[in-house]
Design a protein around this ligand. Structure first.
Ligand SMILES: NC(=O)c1ccc[n+]([C@@H]2O[C@H](COP(=O)([O-])OP(=O)(O)OC[C@H]3O[C@@H](n4cnc5c(N)ncnc54)[C@H](OP(=O)(O)O)[C@@H]3O)[C@@H](O)[C@H]2O)c1
Length: 321
């Protein structure tokens, strides 16, 4: 496992982290908590020191599972946890929903409340990183979300301020980093072999300011592990039913097949490992956070950290963007 500083102001972390949405018990089909805890343990056993979550994942359940695992570890203080806030799920607690409802609230009042709740669930004195959870461009233009992060930082409730960039708005909203780069220590970006918009403006901007960059959805929800085909069907309680609908799946699979000659060059490594390696081979990227549902997936994914002999250029000629 390789380690890197998460940008100029960020902590030192492993270059492969653990994405904790999939284990939350919502939006990804049925999960088993024992299995999920074992997956997190497997990541930590392999040297992972970075976990990404959000308050809304499983309505707090993802954060709770992480805390339960960390309570059993002796190196608790070495693990950096990045969480998020801005989707106010609290009114829905106790209700049944097939997938998570959206209820945006980036007011100072809500973000301060949400940070306190995450502090309690994670049982920490201050959050390592709190990210605004993918606000849309209207919200990004307001002062309130940024004021909230500033106040939380000043009050010692958060160590680092983050912004999780809304999917497919990477170029349109990159100017926000110019405006708030002194406050934002870390951004989180959707970036993978088939979705490379972040390379246009956002990554160069992050490099200019030394902003930490977390790469999410690196396996395109599992597709880049090479395990789906046009007949794959997802359940009603799995967000992939719409995010990998048959039409989207067909387009993604077509683009994925263009990388086959690249995968063929590295027969010792899996599709997942090589796809993850791509995400951290860009000079702006510091950590990739594949979601891991099982020990086996996690053990496969962590290998990507050590494939640093494959340069970024090796991927580019198969690019579809
Ligand atoms: N707006 C935001 O801020 C935002 C949005 C999305 C994600 N995120 C963060 O980014 C993290 C990563 O993204 P993601 O979890 O959505 O997508 P992802 O990492 O691209 O895909 C994760 C899924 O792929 C499958 N998988 C993982 N490793 C595998 C392997 N080696 N072989 C086969 N299948 C494998 C698992 O699902 P199955 O086994 O069920 O197929 C897993 O849940 C999230 O967990 C979350 O922390 C943030």
């Amino acid at each position: 496992m390789k380690y890197k500083k998460l940008g100029l102001n960020g902590p030192e972390i492993s270059t492969v982290g653990f994405g904790a949405w999939g284990i939350s018990g919502r939006d990804w089909g049925n999960t088993d908590d024992d299995n999920s805890r074992r997956a997190i343990h497997a990541a930590l056993d392999a040297g992972v020191t970075f976990i990404d979550t959000a308050d809304v994942y499983g309505f707090g359940h993802s954060e709770e599972l992480i805390r339960q695992v960390l309570d059993e570890r002796s190196n608790r203080k070495d693990i950096v946890i990045a969480t998020k806030a801005g989707n106010n799920f609290y009114p829905y607690l106790g209700q049944k929903h097939k997938t998570t409802p959206i209820n945006n609230d980036y007011s100072v009042k809500h973000l301060e409340f949400a940070a306190e709740q995450s502090i309690k669930r994670l049982n920490v004195e201050a959050l390592d990183i709190l990210q605004l959870h993918s606000p849309n461009s209207d919200i990004l233009e307001r002062d309130e979300p940024w004021m909230a992060l500033e106040r939380l930082k000043k009050a010692g409730k958060i160590k680092h301020a983050g912004w999780s960039v809304q999917s497919f708005q990477e170029t349109a909203t990159a100017h926000i980093l110019d405006r708030h780069h002194e406050l934002i220590d870390v951004i989180q970006v959707r970036y993978n072999l088939l979705e490379r918009q972040a390379e246009e403006v956002l990554f160069p901007t992050a490099l200019k300011y030394g902003t930490g960059v977390i790469v999410r959805i690196p396996l395109l929800f599992g597709l880049l592990a090479g395990k789906f085909n046009r007949s794959t069907v997802f359940g009603d309680n799995d967000h992939r039913k719409s995010n990998l609908s048959p039409e989207k799946m067909a387009g993604y699979l077509r683009d994925f097949s263009k990388y086959q000659p690249f995968f063929d060059k590295y027969p010792d490594y899996s599709y997942a490992q090589l796809s993850l390696r791509f995400c951290i081979s860009h000079p702006a990227a510091h950590v990739v956070i594949p979601g891991g549902k099982t020990e086996k997936q996690v053990q496969e994914n962590v290998v990507a950290s050590d494939l640093d002999f494959i340069p970024f250029d090796a991927f580019t000629k198969y690019s579809t963007v």
